[in-house]
Structures are given as structure tokens and as C-alpha cells.
Design a protein around this ligand. Structure first.
Ligand code: PRP
Length: 189
């Protein structure tokens, strides 16, 4: 069989192993969508996606919830292309509407140190949100610095450098369709 030399296959040369397959992601996202539907049936939650890493997860998840809902986007940064969180979270792009009294569902790709979500939860409550529900595709509890947990977790992962399905290293690998572990030599460890 002829192998296609696609850009994705070039990226895949840097992957050490597959941690979560495309099929496993699809199944789990559908389950999460159903659970979130049940939690918010008859209500109008505002889904807030944390750019950029959650963009693929968010797109798949909201279609699985089947809810009458709205979306907003927020961009924050604490990594600045480093592999360790600096702990200082900065807003680079904010949501565009009043959230007073709203039920927010924050959608993240990964909960790592917890700095980002601890900051966002506090920030949105200060802005008047009625409730905050956190959904994360991946949870890496071994790296937690802040006391925060997600209400919905796709997969709990070990402390390995994961990329794909939206997650990057130095802005690359987001378009790999599964979650993979990056070869250590790629990030110089
Ligand atoms: C990643 C990820 C989360 C955050 C989680 O974002 O998307 O937002 O780190 O880490 P924490 O729990 O240690 O705060 P990153 O800054 O890499 O930006 P990106 O989403 O644009 O890739």
C-alpha cells in the first residue's frame, strides 16, 4: 500500500507513543457530551473555550451536547512557549459579553499546574457568573500546584509531554488527531 506523505505524517516522526487513540477520544467526547447535556438540559449555558489548545475538543464537544448554548473565547498565557507554567496568568483576549448570572462551562484541553483554571474561575466569579463548571479533556493531577479540580474529565494522564488533538509544543503538533507523547529529544530534555 502506498504511504501518503502528508504534513501530519511528518509531525508524527516526533511522536514517541500514542497515549489516547482517535477512537478513544471520539467515544469519550460523546460520553462527556451526553453527561453535560443531562447536567444542563433546559438551561442555556455559556461555553467558554480557553484558546488555543481546546479548539478541537470544544468543536467536537459542543456538537455532542446538543444543547441550546452559546460560545465565547478567552486567551490566557502562563507558559510563553516554556514547558513549565510561570504561575502568572495574563489575559490576552477576553470574552465579549456580560456574564452576570450566567452558568459558565469552561472548556480546557489540559489541567496541569491548575494556575490557568484557578485564575479563570476566580476571574469569572468576580465578573458575576452564577456558576462555573470545568470540563477538561486531559487531567495531569501529578503536576497540580493549585487546589482546583474539573467537574468533567476526559482522561487522566501521567506526567509526560503530550501533544495532539489541539495540544501543542511550541505551537506545533496541534493537528495530530490523537494524543501522543513527544520524543524527549524534540523538546531538548
Ligand atoms: C495550556 C493549556 C491550558 C494550560 C494548562 O495552555 O491549554 O490552558 O496550559 O496548564 P496549567 O494548568 O499549568 O495552567 P498554553 O499556555 O500552553 O496555551 P495554548 O492553549 O495556546 O497551547
Amino acid at each position: 500500500m502506498e504511504t501518503k506523505n502528508t504534513p501530519v505524517s511528518e509531525l508524527e516522526q516526533d511522536i514517541l507513543k500514542v497515549l489516547v487513540t482517535e477512537e478513544e477520544i471520539k467515544t469519550r467526547v460523546a460520553e462527556l457530551g451526553a453527561e453535560i447535556h443531562e447536567r444542563f438540559a433546559g438551561r442555556n449555558p455559556l461555553f467558554v473555550m480557553v484558546l488555543k489548545g481546546a479548539f478541537i475538543f470544544m468543536a467536537d464537544l459542543i456538537r455532542e451536547t446538543g444543547l441550546r448554548s452559546e460560545v465565547e473565547f478567552i486567551a490566557v498565557s502562563s507558559y510563553e512557549n516554556a514547558t513549565e507554567s510561570s504561575g502568572r496568568v495574563k489575559i490576552k483576549y477576553d470574552i465579549q459579553q456580560d456574564i452576570t448570572g450566567r452558568d459558565l462551562v469552561i472548556v480546557e484541553d489540559i489541567l496541569d499546574s491548575g494556575n490557568t483554571l484557578a485564575f479563570l474561575k476566580r476571574y469569572f466569579l468576580t465578573k458575576g457568573a452564577q456558576s462555573i463548571t470545568i470540563v477538561t479533556l486531559l487531567d495531569k493531577p501529578s503536576r497540580r500546584e493549585k487546589s482546583i479540580q474539573a467537574d468533567f474529565v476526559g482522561f487522566t494522564v501521567p506526567n509526560e509531554f503530550v501533544v495532539g488533538y489541539g495540544l501543542d509544543y511550541a505551537q506545533r503538533y496541534r493537528n495530530i488527531p490523537y494524543i501522543g507523547v513527544l520524543k524527549p529529544e524534540v523538546y531538548g530534555s
